[in-house]
Design a protein around this ligand. Sequence first.
Ligand code: FUC
Length: 822
Amino acid sequence: MKNIFKFIFLAGTQLLALESKAQNNTLWYKEPASVWTDALPVGNGRLGAMVFGKVDDELLQLNEATLWSGGPVKQNVNPDAFSYLAQVREALFKGNYQQAHDLEKKMQGLYTESYLPLADLHIKQTYKGNGAVKKYFRDLNIQDAVATTRYQVNGVTFTRQVFASAPDQVIVVCITSDKPKQLNFKISTSSQLRFTHSVSNTILALKGKAPAHVDPSYVNNKKEPIVYNDNDSCRGMRYALLVKAVSNDGKITTDTSGISVKSASAVTIYLSAATSFNGFNNCPNKDENKTALASLNEAVKKPYSKLLEAHLADFHKYFNRVSLVLNNDRSSNINLSTIERLRNYKKGANDPGLESLYFQYGRYLLISSSRTKNVPANLQGIWNKELRAPWSSNYTSNINVQMNYWMAEDCNLSEMHQPLFGLIKELSVNGAQVAKDFYHAQGWVTHHNTDIWALANPVGDLGGGDPKWANWAMGGDWLCRHLWEHYLYTGDKQFLKNVAYPIMKGAARFTFNWLIADSSGHLVTAPSMSPENDFIYAPGKTGDVSISTTMDMGIIRDLFDNLAEASRVLGVDANFRDTLMAKKAKLLPYQIGSKGQLQEWFKDYESPDPHHRHVSHLYSVYPANEISVSKNPELAAAAKRSLELRGDESTGWSLAWKVNLWARLRDGNHAYKLYRDLLRVTDQSDYNYSEGGGLYPNMLDAHPPFQIDGNFGGTSGLAEMLLQSQDGNIHLLPALPDTWKNGEIKGLVARGAYTINIKWKSNKVTGAEIFSKNGGICRVITNVPMVAKVLNIQSKKTQDAYELTIPTQKGKAYQLAAAKTP
Ligand code: FUC
């Protein structure tokens, strides 16, 4: 393949020249996708498509972020729940873990609803004669967010481009032939959901009403796991997909079987979709047809070139904020297709360009999947092909939904964090009711699973869930750290005051009620789980529900610390702050176990699965920061020991978590080892829960199955290797692996609202630029002495690094250079 190819195509009335470079921000392939995990994702944060790039029967598998089963949550579904709480506690304090487990089941509510696939769009192409397909090529340019498919048949080059436009709220497909009037194809749509086709004003419509309920894929005890109910207008939202094709020279006819195009040179297809979703606590009664039609009618007025121009300007605004070059590798392997690169990499090849591509792909995916108010990226972002997707493609809040957003702030995509804040706010509303109904507690609580309806109860369908995941009650407290982080990265006090603080305070109020004193006077949680892991408490006996797991204590300490600091920043609630600190002081402390590990449970229990994927007890190392190499090296060493005992091998998201953890423990080489594991391509096309984690040929994370958290967590992990900013320091290259000798990263964000560029050579920082958004004292830690130019401030030697303190002014940039060593 040539490095640069150019093609010119007709679009509407415009002639448009687009230059596409095969470069480090491109995934490209020599064959069409044969399975979903080969197809390439595009999305505008609401509408998504998986583009297969097939020749004769192109497939775009479509999604709409708000299309879920069900309706607003049912209230007080288990009025007896509270009556078991005292019994659970009594059983736990007697060490009767089996009884506690059984009783916990009686405290469960309903399962979440499921995220649904929208439709498939097929484009069946016909040619005169039956020439062979030549020069096939497809790619996804993640900087432009455009997927291209190109091939030659009978000497004619056909090109298809697909993008999902956020400014115009449509997916656009442009198909051209380089010789006039060669396009003959039929567009059709279908869905796994119940639907009907209709045509009005040459627009093909696929419309239907989603199921009133869909059971999670792991629940198989019902005759009807997918329930439709046409009579219930509050359960089962309506949806509409509208398709229109426009050509200036071909003949287009539309009927309910599809859209036929004859003898065209260029065709633009506009896809618009909407649902009747009307917010988490309303019946879904919005006019989906009106919404979809309004976007479609506006979009068709614009020629392709204008739509593309607006899309590029919009996407570049976010994507181009960060650039990364590792070992000067801008293009060394771009002549190899992505799958060839991935296969070589799995065999041990060195490919820094692929490593930076994977980093940027995470940013691409977040921009493409997280732009719908109150609807964050779910387990699969927005890309789901199944009616009963793995784990309902919902939000899992014992690690997964949080991991989706670990990189939002430091990778300069703060705006994409907003949908999560919206969902947290909704959870604080539904969760207040759950706190009251299930626990007779104040404040709000949410458990390990939620959905677009902000379900907050412990799941399990009244007893069917395993308490080790279903009843875990710390989801809300953990989510609060995202609100606090947003403040730390942006300094937005209005957000802190109006959004974050009241929600955090509500979570703390619940936690005050949830904590109880044990016989030694410590404040403990009971029931308490280390999510999804079991412990051995006697020979042959395993339990899952216990007292004060290390994760619970870590999450609560983190919440109390952050909330106390927030109250200080806002100058409010001094007494409440004292209460927070008094309670924090009484929490069960961290403990170091017999193997030198950070203990996971309140007693030094072993797990029957020592390599379990969750590393919940290390919460305080990452994402929180109570344990660190500099603050409490003994605990940090114990955390390291825990990681060693857990081993590296695991699911996609677990590998990603460990990248972040090793980076925080400042072991760049181990972090890098796991980053490489995360990029291991699998030949399994789908489910294989027992396989090790990695990625698919389309570079989407393989849990397996596909789960997007590993992509986002991997991006976060790389950023964490290059920049950290906890404890009031900005640490440049805190965990740089030896292999990334030279490099340059631009546009990362540090806490305190600083944008940072770093350059390094021979593993040492050579220069940096710090842009201060809000002003303030900026303390920079490096592995070599630095000088702030102009101000001429030199860094000072500390025990193991150099420290440079710069008084910054709002809106100003500061250049740092390596100081000449005396
Ligand atoms: C948790 C994890 C699983 C999976 C699921 C969505 O239950 O333990 O590995 O990621 O969430």
